[in-house]
Design a protein around this ligand. Structure first.
Ligand SMILES: [Zn+2]
Length: 290
């Protein structure tokens, strides 16, 4: 009798757990079983996020993985609102300009493109027919649009989207204090929310994050050494004034922006159709009439 009752109890518990498991399907690729992965891709309508970080110095006071930690925080919070499958940690981007600092992992350009292509191809082979690269690292802002453009070289059965940038909360007098681009007040404030135990605000003044303006060129002339010329400490801004309130406001904007992106991508039926039309026409351009 006891054993029988125990059996029923276990059954009830098991089905309750199973039901809970179904409602709490993880968004993280690495946490899903193979069977749950199948369900996750269906629930996500084939939409997957590739949060893109980097390993680089972040002033004297923030962790090397700041961009990766923050962008994953944002992707996870966005996927809670609008479900999408999230690819594991990815940090194989463009960061040549920080090679003089300890802890920087700077893969060469060719490898960056090949690895990213192999990754998104493999994601697509596993049902991610809409891949959104959510960029958390400023140094990728030329790489990623270029990568997206190279998708037109050969036919793909999936669409690649790149998302970066969000509205930055405005601050009085910000224009007088100079750029706040890297490990400064905004980014430090973000880490105070995402990983407060990794921030050393007391060290933020140990180095200067000021613009050293060592190269004088017109705005429309680009050179790769520009960042080193302006911010040789790999620090831009002042992290000592960071606050949790600022971080909360900034992250909220960022999460909302990614949620909007996921919704828009799910609703986008045109891109794949146009890609296919384009690939087909590009096989015989001389027959294409205008
Ligand atoms: Zn950063």
């Amino acid at each position: 009798m006891r054993r029988w009752m125990m059996g029923i109890l276990l059954c009830v518990l098991a089905s309750a757990c199973e039901a809970q498991g179904q409602t709490k399907l993880s968004a993280k690729w690495e946490e899903l079983t193979a069977a749950d992965f199948h369900e996750a891709i269906t629930r996500a309508q084939g939409t997957c996020l590739l949060p893109f970080g980097i390993l680089e110095k972040h002033g004297p006071h923030l962790p090397l993985g700041t961009d990766l930690l923050n962008v994953r925080y944002v992707a996870e919070h966005a996927a809670q609102q609008e479900y999408a499958v999230i690819f594991p940690e990815y940090y194989f981007g463009q960061i040549a300009e920080a090679r003089h600092e300890p802890g920087t992992m700077a893969y060469n350009g060719e490898l960056q493109l090949r690895l990213l292509q192999a990754t998104t191809d493999e994601m697509a082979r596993n049902g991610c027919k809409k891949v959104i690269i959510v960029n958390g690292h400023g140094g990728n802002e030329h790489l990623l649009p270029y990568f997206a453009q190279t998708q037109l070289d050969t036919p793909h059965d999936y669409v690649l989207y790149v998302q970066w940038g969000h509205e930055i909360p405005k601050k009085e007098g910000a224009e007088k204090t100079g750029p706040d681009w890297h490990a400064g007040e905004r980014e430090t404030s973000d880490v105070l929310i995402t990983h407060p135990n990794l921030v050393h605000v007391d060290r933020a003044k140990e180095e200067s994050g000021g613009d050293q303006k060592r190269i004088r060129l017109p705005e429309n002339v680009y050179t790769g050494i520009w960042w080193y010329g302006r911010f040789p400490n790999h620090y831009s801004g002042d992290g000592s004034t960071a606050t949790k309130e600022h971080g909360e406001a900034d992250l909220q904007n960022w999460v909302n922006t990614v949620v909007r992106a996921i919704k828009a991508v799910k609703a986008d039926d045109e891109s794949l159709k146009l890609q296919n039309e384009f690939y087909e026409k590009s096989r015989h351009p001389m027959d294409t009439s205008h």
